[in-house]
Every structure is written in C-alpha cells, then in structure tokens.
Design a protein around this ligand. Structure first.
Ligand SMILES: Cc1cc2nc3c(=O)[nH]c(=O)nc-3n(C[C@H](O)[C@H](O)[C@H](O)COP(=O)(O)OP(=O)(O)OC[C@H]3O[C@@H](n4cnc5c(N)ncnc54)[C@H](O)[C@@H]3O)c2cc1C
Length: 450
C-alpha cells in the first residue's frame, strides 16, 4: 500500500475487469483515468450479455454509474488505443501516470482455419453478439441468417446465439455442433432454459443412438447421459417460435461447402471418437467424413486478444512476465512483458479477458480486476512521490485534441442515457432503445438532450 500517497492510474477499458480495477484503486484514494473504446462503459456487460438478462445488466450498470460519480474517477469514452487510433500504447505510457492497466478484453477473432470460412453465411459469434446488442459498427450491419444455422461450440455463447436465432430470427432449425460428446458440454444448465422449449427431442434421441457405441467405449452409458442431458430442460422460457434445436456430437467441421454464389450449403464434417485423458476425454478424428447440410454457420469457439493494439503479443495472448517476482509469485501474471526486450514493461499491467481471453463470467473478470489492483498497489508502494492528476489530464486532453478525438465524459453519458430513455417507445427486439452508431450518440450528447 502506498500509504497516504495519491497516485495516478490509467485504466484502459471499462468492462467488468477495468471497472473492478478502477473501483478498488479509487477506494484506496488514487486518481483514476479510464480510457474506453466504446462511448458507453460496461464492455461485454453492455454489448455481450444477452439483452434480456435485465437484472444482471441493470445491477452492473448501477454499480458502474456509482463508480463514475466519484470525484477521483475521470472517464473518457470513445477513446481507442492502438496504432493509428486515438492514442498509441506509447502515448498512454507517456502521459505520466504512475501505472497503466490494460483491461481491453479479447477483441481479436480466432482464425477459424477451415476452407471456405470467408463464404457468405459464415459468422463469428462475437460479431453476432455485438450485432444484437447494438454495438456501433455492428448494430446496423445486416447479419442475414438462412433457415438452418449450425452453431459451432458447446458453451454459453453457443446458447446465447441459439437463443437469438430462436427468439428473434425465428429460423427453422439450429444445430449445435460439438467436437466431443454431451457429457463434455460446457454451457451452464441454467442457460439452456432460454432455448429448451424448442428442443427437437426426437432428433436428440436419434443423435444419442447414433453415438452410443462411441460413448460406451469411454464408459458413458448413453441412456443415462441422455436422461441427465434432457433433465436440464426444465423451467424453459415460453416458446415463441417453431424453431427446432438439435445437437450434432463428436463432429469437427473440416470445410465449409459453398454453392456457385459462394454461399454456405453445408459443412464437411469429420466423425470423432472419444479417448480417455486422465479424468477427462479428448476428441480424436476418425477420418470418416460426411456432409452436413446447413445454410449458415456461426463459430462460437472463443476469442483472442487484438494483436494490433501494440502490446507485446504471442499465440493469441498479450504476454505477461514469465519470471516469478517479489513476495507474491502471482504478481508476475499481471505484469505486461516484452519478450523481444526480455523485460517487464515497467508500470504496465493486464487484467480480465485482456489477460486471459474468453475466460469466465463477469465474476471472474471482476475478481481478476481486484487481484490486479492489489498487484498495482504493491507496485505503487515501491515508488516514491505522488502523481499529479492535473498534469496527466492536461497531457491527455492535448493529445486527444491533436488527434481530433471526441472523448465523452460522464456528463455526456448522462445526456445520452436520458436521450435513449426518451426513445424507449422505439425499442427494438432487444427490449431497450440503443443508438447503434457513434455519430448518432455524439450528436445527442453534443445537443445535451437532458
Ligand atoms: C456473448 C457473451 C455472453 C456473455 N454472457 C454472460 C452472462 O450472461 N453472465 C456473465 O456473468 N458473463 C457473461 N459473459 C462474460 C463476460 O461478459 C466477461 O467475463 C466480461 O465482460 C469480461 O470483462 P473484461 O472487462 O475483461 O472485457 P470486456 O467486457 O470485453 O471489456 C473490454 C472493454 O475494453 C474496451 N476496449 C476494447 N478495446 C479497446 C481499445 N483498443 N482501447 C480502449 N478500450 C478498449 C471496450 O470498449 C470494453 O469497454 C458473456 C460473454 C460473452 C462474449
């Protein structure tokens, strides 16, 4: 702890991890400057979590508003960090803050790496989620789905995509494509309630019949597994469409098959078996291929960080200190590390999905932010002298003016909030009104429609 010294910390990113860092360090009396790409705070809490989860989203929003009211918290929305953006990483480091924490999430897209992945009708889950949550840049772009959508993945994001396809797009069929078996499903049983009214139970039974011998080889009884699987289909949300949802297990897409117009017409699938691996299993390709007909494909297989930001990067992750340091070896995990220079980036830290892409729910990101704040506190305690927030803010304003950026502060956010509420009668399928273009939001903010 830095005693009575007030220091200045820049937090890049205002998602759950960044807000946790900001909250902990502001409570410790430091001055916090938040720089956020989106005009609005919240990150995936605003633009990822399914729109109908009003209680969760509302609770987070309330906490974040409270944080931004604090005198020692300075919010700059609409400020993107990266090469050619409002500020580079070096600009941010050059502002003179005592520490900088990057909590910018996992904005990169994992290369799908199957032939045909640029065909019309192939989508990445993150883009689809951003679309239905109306993130500027995605909200107004058409995401035209066909009649039969294959969603690759077995986690909560797969369920969210299915939810949207069933409830709002009302497609004919959704099939979750799962590399391993039903036992290895990753979604939370509570999440399946949003789609279970639409389950094609006969189709699911037939699918279990198809794979029962392969399940038996790893000691899984298909009858018992089917029961456990379908027992989770309780408290289903009311049915609003005739969409049928099914599963294809032990299946790895190898190629996207297209028609003469480069539009998806199916997937070339490889059948897998399961092999035991300790307590777990692994999928092993059987080199037996077949065509699976569908006309749209959504890959819900997780994300990676954005390597173009300018932070040291390797294998989908920003690099952190490989050398254990100090009293607490975990501190190293939060320190940005430049492998080419072979050293820690002094005073630069990472937390949340920027540190571990696609890892866990809001609670996990928040805990990561809390831990990171402790690490930053230990770091600040080793540094002499106070920080001067006015100097840092002056430099920041000057840089943003130079770049002709249009930052949005907390008063701007308030004006935007009032304006959006006043449009509520125009609310679309997501049940609330949101502008889906930065220009519209900025116009509203500048008009100060309070
Ligand atoms: C589809 C989906 C559904 C989910 N549903 C749930 C759920 O129901 N319940 C639950 O608990 N969790 C859910 N999660 C998980 C949860 O959203 C994450 O755990 C959490 O948001 C991660 O927080 P974060 O702060 O690390 O990153 P993010 O939430 O991604 O926040 C990153 C922030 O950084 C900013 N940023 C990005 N790039 C830059 C840049 N270059 N410069 C400046 N700022 C930048 C963004 O504007 C954003 O504000 C869901 C996730 C997804 C993808």
């Amino acid at each position: 702890m830095s005693g009575t010294q007030t220091q200045v910390i820049v937090v890049a990113g205002a998602g759950p991890a960044g807000m946790a860092v900001a909250s902990a360090l502001s409570k410790a009396g430091h001055e916090i400057i938040i720089l956020n790409r989106d005009i609005k705070f919240g990150g995936l809490a605003e633009y990822g979590i399914f729109p109908s989860k009003l209680k969760l989203r509302g609770g987070l929003k309330k906490q974040y508003w409270e944080l931004l009211q604090q005198k020692n918290v300075h919010y700059f929305g609409n400020v993107s960090i990266g090469n050619g953006k409002d500020l580079t990483v070096e600009d941010v480091r050059g502002l003179g803050a005592n520490a900088v924490v990057f909590t910018i999430g996992a904005q990169g897209t994992k290369a799908i790496g199957v032939e045909g992945d640029s065909a019309q009708g192939v989508f990445h889950a993150k883009d689809v989620v951003y679309h239905f949550n109306r993130l500027p840049g995605f909200g107004d772009r058409p995401f035209e789905m066909g009649k039969h959508v294959a969603v690759i993945g077995a986690g909560d994001v797969m369920v969210d995509i299915a939810h949207w396809l069933i409830r709002y797009k009302k497609v004919e069929r959704v099939t979750a494509i799962v590399r391993r078996g039903p036992v290895e499903r990753k979604y939370n049983p509570k999440e399946i309630r949003s789609v279970c009214a639409n389950m094609d139970l006969e189709g699911i039974k037939a699918e279990f019949e198809r794979i029962k011998d392969r399940l038996a080889k790893v000691g899984q009884n298909s009858g018992e597994v089917l029961k456990a699987f379908t027992d989770e289909f309780t408290k289903c949300e009311a049915k609003v469409s005739e969409t049928k949802m099914g599963f294809r297990f032990l299946a790895s897409p190898k190629r996207i098959l297209v028609d003469g117009n480069n539009r998806v017409r199916g997937l070339e699938m490889e059948d897998n078996r399961l092999d035991p691996k300790g307590e777990d299993t692994v999928a092993v390709g059987l080199k037996a291929y077949y065509e699976f007909p569908c006309d749209s494909v959504v890959f819900a297989v997780g994300d990676k960080v954005d390597e173009t930001v300018g932070l040291p990067y390797k294998n989908g992750m920003f690099t952190t200190n490989p050398n254990k340091t100090g009293n607490d070896p975990d501190d190293a995990l939060f320190q940005a590390y430049d492998e080419s220079a072979g050293k820690v980036m002094d005073g630069v830290f990472l937390a949340g999905w920027a540190r571990k892409a696609s890892e866990g729910l809001v609670g996990v990101a928040k805990r990561d932010g809390d831990w990171c704040a402790e690490v930053v506190e230990r770091y600040l305690a080793t540094k002499a002298g106070e920080g001067d927030v006015n100097i840092v803010l002056d430099r920041l304003h000057a840089r943003l003016r130079q770049r002709q950026s249009r930052p949005v502060d907390v008063n701007g956010l308030r004006a935007l909030d009032v304006a959006e509420r006043s449009f509520v009668e125009k609310s679309d399928c997501i049940g609330e009104f949101k502008f889906s273009a930065n220009q519209e939001m900025l116009k509203c903010i500048e008009r100060g429609r309070v």
